[in-house]
Design a protein around this ligand. Structure first.
Ligand code: MG
Length: 212
């Protein structure tokens, strides 16, 4: 099993679960999940592209995304909504998953290689980076917003392997979104679908060999 490389997602794996954070933001902003989802779906249909994907690939800015989304929600609810505080609220609701961060550290201390592969937002980089010692834990970061590709596009997994100088078969990939895991597995990576910290930890340790 030598030469195994841990490739981890960020949101929902190295943090508290994302649905909890979204629920808190929606509650604080007075926007229901239905209103938010409906606005995104209408934007996707009208523009022929998913606005979230455009944001995550760095093709639109976060302020432009929030303004467009806010306008769409306001049109539906018939009242102003505070989208400008969305990211502030979102990050306030998100906690680092210290047990998963400890696992990454243990993997690294054991001499195995580690990479972070994240679908993210360019303007959020300082916020998410402040939640963990990124450069201590990972030798490589591939961020969708800076490479113009997002999971589950096979191209971003290929790019990660290329930058690691590694084969997909060497990689143990962990993500809380199933389609991202399916894409990784299709390319030959060992995929771990994160559901709980205990389950993911068990499966990662088994895939890497005993870590601790
Ligand atoms: Mg995630």
């Amino acid at each position: 099993m030598s030469g195994r490389i841990l490739v981890s997602d960020f949101g929902g794996v190295l943090t508290s679960p994302l649905p909890e954070a979204f629920a808190r933001v929606q509650e604080e902003a007075g926007i229901s999940a239905e209103a938010l989802g409906g606005a995104m779906a209408r934007m996707a249909e009208r523009d022929g592209m998913n606005p979230l994907h455009e944001l995550e690939c760095g093709r639109i800015t976060e302020p432009a995304f929030m303004a467009a989304l806010g306008a769409e929600i306001e049109a539906e609810l018939g009242r102003p909504v505070e989208m400008h505080r969305f990211s502030e609220r979102y990050f306030a609701a998100l906690e680092p998953n210290t047990e998963m961060l400890g696992l990454v550290r243990a993997v690294r201390e054991r001499g195995l290689r580690t990479a972070l592969l994240t679908n993210n937002v360019r303007e959020w980089e300082p916020r998410w980076r402040s939640m963990l010692p990124v450069d201590e834990l990972f030798e490589l970061v591939v961020d969708s917003a800076f490479v113009g590709l997002r999971k589950p596009d096979p191209a971003i997994y290929h790019l990660t392997c290329e930058r690691l100088g590694a084969r997909a078969e060497q990689c143990v990939f962990v993500d809380d979104i199933e389609i991202n895991c399916e894409a990784a597995a299709a390319l030959g990576m060992t995929a771990v679908h994160f559901r709980t910290t205990a389950q993911a930890r068990r499966e990662i340790e088994a895939a890497l060999g005993s870590v601790v």
